[in-house]
Design a protein around this ligand. Structure first.
Ligand SMILES: [Zn+2]
Ligand SMILES: [Zn+2]
Length: 292
């Protein structure tokens, strides 16, 4: 082992996407980038897929980086899109993997409906332009935005942004799962449920209810959160005995734009010990269940 076990002074980025969902990098590439930028730990949290975990995990082991597998689920609540991260120290249950597989299939139909709506609105984007941009099983709005940008060289960018935003004329939700249901799924499948970037969802008034539903952490540290938000979400976590997490939501660098919709790798980092806190939280949960 090249690195000593005492990595206690390092930082971890607990929110990243590979090309298995809507990111650009291969899982191993993200791990390499993390290592190069001096991070001590990392989580891969692709949307609705566990596909890149093995590759990222073994690369992390090879480079002496702490790694925790994760998945990001999209949910809806009060007509807002709320993202919930699930961290699975020992991998999720078979039922969970089957559930996200169903989600990824549903995404295809959802995308086709959004494209149809866009066509009706006067944006003649074709299915093939969008689906040719996916490298994994997952198709999402990010692929659609990129296809529109590249095909029409900016002509529709602003309008597409409005149409495809939550509640926009061409928007279709990814799933009808609620955040509470996602938390339940994650808890029952051997994971720790963390509320992703609450500052972008605008559901602060619902957080208390989610905590009662078994939320274990809040992603307070996030590039799009202002310093007041970071402070507020950290306090909310501490006051409720939850874990403060953080991540950059790294999607990679795409041609034509510097960084897609989030921060550069490590822009939202937390002490690497956070990984141990997540592992312990899952262990506690398991012990409680077994004790029942
Ligand atoms: Zn998200
Ligand atoms: Zn994300």
């Amino acid at each position: 082992m090249k690195q000593s076990k005492s990595l206690s002074l390092g930082y971890a980025d607990l929110h990243t996407h590979s090309f298995h969902s809507d990111g650009r990098d291969a899982p191993a590439q993200i791990v390499q980038r993390a290592k190069d930028s001096g991070l001590a730990g990392l989580a891969l949290t692709d949307h609705d897929t566990y596909e890149g975990i093995e590759e990222a995990g073994s690369k992390a082991e090879q480079l002496g980086l702490r790694f925790i597998p994760g998945v990001e689920l999209s949910t809806v609540c009060e007509e807002r899109e709320v993202h919930v991260l699930g961290y699975f120290p020992d991998g999720p249950s078979r039922e969970f993997l089957e559930m996200i597989e169903r989600m990824s299939v549903k995404r295809v139909g959802r995308m086709k409906r959004m494209i149809e709506k866009l066509n009706q609105l006067g944006c003649p984007i074709e299915e093939q332009e969008v689906f040719s941009r996916t490298e994994g099983e997952i198709v999402g709005r990010a692929h659609l935005f990129r296809a529109i940008r590249d095909t029409f060289s900016g002509e529709f960018d602003e309008r597409a942004d409005k149409w495809l935003n939550i509640g926009g004329e061409a928007f279709e939700p990814t799933s009808d799962m609620t955040p509470s249901e996602a938390i339940e799924w994650i808890r029952n499948s051997g994971g720790a449920a963390v509320l992703a970037h609450p500052g972008t969802s605008g559901i602060d008034h619902l957080i208390q209810g989610l905590i009662e539903h078994g939320l274990m952490g809040i992603e307070a540290v996030y590039p799009k959160h202002g310093s007041m938000q970071v402070r507020r979400y950290k306090k909310l976590a501490v006051d409720n005995g939850l874990i403060i997490t953080g991540g950059s939501d790294w999607h990679g660098i795409f041609p034509g734009s510097s960084v897609f919709h989030s921060g550069s790798l490590g822009a939202g980092k937390v002490p690497v010990e956070t990984i141990d806190m997540l592992i312990d939280a899952v262990k506690d949960l398991r012990n409680k269940k077994e004790g029942l």
